[in-house]
Design a protein around this ligand. Sequence first.
Ligand code: LLP
Length: 402
Amino acid sequence: MPVTREELVRAAATYGTPLYVYDAESISVQYQKLVRSFSNTDTRFFYAAKALTNLSILKHILAIGCSIDCSSINEVKLALKAGFSPDKILYTSNSVAFSEILEAVSLGVSVTIDSLSNLEKFAATYGSSYPIGVRLRPNIMAGGNVKISTGHAGSKFGIPVEQLPGLEQLVNTHQLQLRTLHIHTGSEIADASVFVKGVQLLLELATRFLTVSVIDLGGGFKVPYRPEEKETDLDELSQAIEHAFSEFEKNTGRRLQVWFEPGKFLVAQAGYLLATVTVIKPTETICFAGVDSGLNHLIRPMFYDAYHHISNLSNPEGPLGAYQVTGNVCETDDFAIARMLPELREGDLIAFHTAGAYGFEMASSYNARFRPAEVLIKQGQLHLIRRRESMEDLLALQISIE
Ligand code: LLP
């Protein structure tokens, strides 16, 4: 059962706004979709923690049987704190100081390296004693927009495929246990054929690296942000993958495992940002609706031109009008322009949908405003999983000198 309007209204009445609300059930449902679709291949899913790192969310992810992908050593530490054992933790590094990789190895987690420079340091330190993954840049353009596209020829991520000879030389010289070949080409990849292209490339490479037993295709499954949008077709993708992997097995006698690192797919739709309309400002051409939030709480509309569906929870049947829904930060922070919504009135409670991924996680205390509280709805119960920031929190790290 999706979260109801009543539950959202109750959460706002109990904890105030702005408020992030997440639905545990929705995360479970999304995970089950993945498990079901890929039941015919040997597949593991690692939740891309960067989308939302609240410990109670991580614990829920662990409880439903999912592993976890971390993009910083601190995310690895959060995952350990949430109870993930090192064999369920993947650390996908990019541009990190080698000291982070040393630390990750000392914690016993799986490590993916994305530059020849760090791989060289890794080889000199560990040789063949620790399995390793490498992230490749396949030079494929994919994803919702260029800011979230990571596999193209101008992207900082991964070892460019044209540097393959350098990779082969390092692997062979140091007899590296190259276990995983990884790509992540972007976020919001609607077209399953993009993954298939990546699979073809990695399987071809796997024939050149005989120690490879895992193909990691990263995250990036599309979720519907707009009502008319669709998720990535998982069945189409899983069939293509099953076919490619069984052909590979037939030809080489090697059975490979597939890994995915979904972030948005698991948590985007589970989350809502609730806000209160603070000011209605009609002008000759535009009716502004200011709310008690802004780019400091949900930056995706301003940073990526991302669409977030908005509903007026207080007046769902009101007459439709066009609104420019804006934040209260001293910046141009429009959530939506010329959006048709049921009449917004000062004091109305609104919900930004599909805000679970990269919502709270990218929030800040810009303008000295507090980051919102977070609530998790589990089996009909509201659980406060992070309290609202306070003035004391904002001052806690400052050292005031005369
Ligand atoms: N794996 C790797 C190596 C990644 O870099 C990412 C996302 C993921 C997995 C998860 O991708 P997802 O399934 O969530 O699309 N802040 C942006 C998205 C940035 C994604 C960064 N990397 C947004 O709000 O659209």
